[in-house]
Design a protein around this ligand. Structure first.
Ligand SMILES: Cc1cc2nc3c(=O)[nH]c(=O)nc-3n(C[C@H](O)[C@H](O)[C@H](O)COP(=O)(O)OP(=O)(O)OC[C@H]3O[C@@H](n4cnc5c(N)ncnc54)[C@H](O)[C@@H]3O)c2cc1C
Ligand SMILES: NC(=O)c1ccc[n+]([C@@H]2O[C@H](COP(=O)([O-])OP(=O)(O)OC[C@H]3O[C@@H](n4cnc5c(N)ncnc54)[C@H](O)[C@@H]3O)[C@@H](O)[C@H]2O)c1
Length: 468
């Protein structure tokens, strides 16, 4: 069977938000293969990414209250963690949203058809979809590829499906909390989920291949985070996983190579979190004539157009930033460009912020100091500790700081990095300043800063910049 459409959208994550009432006259098809253990509709962020992880992080932060209370003279005790209640609160909210989104797409509009199955290009603007009822061919004037990314599993002897390891797709739905969990990786997913499970009482061993965790952060931040992680978890730096095996009693044995030679770790569950690869292969982008980067991302121009006229791509499948706010922005640009082909809009990737919701939290925007150094442009930095502001005294925070980088001549803010409580919220005024061209001096002195609130940390860091 063959069907022709005005528009086909592949992937129901950020792609799902493109079609609104302005497309009412368009004949549209959505294609979604299903994600996570339940083959859910709605993509990574909703089902297996940002939203469940942050719901678990908030729970984990709450479980850590006794530790914070002790520093303040408040004697709290964690009496227990009811994992099924924790887990079912999260997915009891998320799963119905995914189901509702799918129902709406499947039956919400006469001119919209939802196909469940994997789409693959078989030519320019020509696809085959493997549905439960058999293959179907779709052709379209316009196609949006929003197929996202998936966890990478490194090629290590024994690390295959029969081992029973987890990725972020499955680990949040564990039947029961294990006594021990080993996390392979040292990036966003590894450090956020290590925080979640350790706060809920699981002994964490974290295996990193380098000597720093979160090594893409500003080096001062990555060093501070690595020190603090070593106080919480059994962190094995400079290690390589070379083998994995499960014994008959269920114990997983992981063989490592490190600075002291061979060693092994016994554990109950393994979480593999070593990065995500773009799903351009699943959609056979090359067969559709789409140009690819060496790392598999689909090549797009400033308007999110691919190398094939009429085909657009957005989000993790094409973006070097695997972040939901970036995918959302790109989806809005694609939406505009579909509706206004004669007045195309470009994406704005100038000041992309990110946050890591671990313990402690981290947030950043703009250049790291190592990037500023490599760029050769003049810069100055200033750093201020939470322990130097009144609210930091209130919290007894002894480890957090904010660091800012600026152009010494103009005061242009080049980068900002915060590690400590509420970092993802605290960074936002700096993102705004960079986006709207507010310089460091004007930002610090041209407005009131509520006393004694946490943003005084930013005010103090900006005031400390040695500008010309
Ligand atoms: C654990 C975790 C936590 C995260 N936390 C954050 C966070 O706090 N903040 C943040 O900004 N970002 C976070 N991210 C990243 C964020 O989730 C992604 O950047 C974002 O969801 C990407 O959106 P997308 O639309 O590109 O892809 P997706 O949302 O992944 O959508 C792609 C969809 O396409 C489908 N698909 C793939 N191939 C095909 C095919 N051939 N045919 C049909 N369907 C197909 C998939 O099943 C999927 O549903 C997190 C990611 C993970 C894994
Ligand atoms: N808060 C957030 O915004 C958030 C949270 C989670 C995920 N994400 C997005 O999802 C992406 C994927 O997350 P991630 O943590 O899987 O990837 P990542 O790129 O953040 O980190 C991967 C880590 O694995 C390490 N690594 C790579 N290969 C390895 C190997 N063979 N053995 C051991 N370590 C290895 C890398 O050195 C790196 O530290 C992130 O880059 C981010 O864009 C965002």
């Amino acid at each position: 069977m063959e069907q022709h459409f005005d528009l086909v959208i592949i992937g129901s994550g950020s792609g799902n938000s493109i079609v609104d009432e302005r497309f009412a006259d368009w004949k549209v098809a959505f294609v979604e293969k299903g994600i996570g253990p339940l083959d859910s509709y709605g993509g990574t962020c909703l089902n297996v990414g940002c939203i469940p992880t942050k719901m678990f992080v908030h729970t984990a932060d709450t479980a850590r209250a006794p530790e914070h209370g002790a520093a303040l003279g408040v004697d709290l005790a964690l009496r227990g963690v009811d994992w099924p209640v924790v887990r079912d609160r999260v997915f009891g909210r998320i799963d119905p949203i995914a189901q509702g989104g799918e129902r709406y797409r499947a039956s919400g509009h006469d001119k919209v058809t939802l196909y469940r199955g994997t789409a693959r290009f078989i030519g320019e603007r020509r696809l085959t979809v493997a549905t439960a009822e058999g293959p179907i061919t779709l052709t379209a004037d316009r196609i949006v590829v929003a197929t996202g990314s998936r966890p990478v599993v490194p090629d290590v002897p024994g690390l295959d499906e029969s081992l029973g390891f987890h990725t972020s797709d499955s680990v949040m739905r564990l039947e029961a909390l294990p006594r021990r969990m080993t996390v392979l990786g040292s990036g966003f997913v590894a450090t956020e989920l290590a925080h979640v499970f350790s706060s809920l009482g699981v002994e964490i061993t974290l295996i990193a291949r380098g000597d720093l965790l979160l090594r893409h952060e500003d080096a001062d931040v990555a060093r501070r985070f690595t020190e603090l992680a070593q106080d919480q978890w059994d962190v094995r730096l400079n290690r390589k996983l070379v083998g994995a095996d499960r014994s008959p009693d269920g114990t997983l044995r992981l063989d490592l190579e490190g600075p002291q030679g061979a060693e092994s770790v016994d554990t109950d569950e393994l979480l593999v979190a070593v990065g995500r690869r773009p799903n351009s292969d699943l959609v056979d982008a090359a067969a559709g004539g789409l140009d690819l980067h060496a790392d598999g991302r689909i090549t797009v121009d400033a308007h999110q157009a691919t190398s094939v006229p009429g085909v657009w791509a957005l989000g993790d499948v094409s973006s070097p930033w695997q972040l939901k706010h970036v995918a959302n922005h790109e989806a809005r640009v694609v939406q505009h460009n579909l509706l206004h082909p004669d007045a195309l809009r470009a994406t704005d990737h100038r000041h992309v912020p990110h946050a890591v919701f671990s313990s402690p939290k981290i947030a950043a925007v703009g250049l790291t100091e190592q990037e500023a150094q490599a760029s050769g442009r003049p810069y100055v930095t200033a750093m201020r500790e939470y322990s130097g502001i009144a609210y930091g005294w209130a919290m007894e925070d002894a480890t957090g700081f904010a660091k800012v980088l600026a152009d010494p001549a103009t005061g242009e803010i080049l980068g900002a990095h915060i590690i400590g409580p509420e970092a993802p919220t605290l960074i936002q005024p700096l993102v705004q300043a960079m986006a709207f061209g507010l310089d460091a001096r004007a930002m610090a002195t041209g407005q009131y800063w509520i006393h004694p609130a946490m943003p005084e940390l930013i005010e103090n860091a900006l005031l400390a910049l040695p500008l010309d």
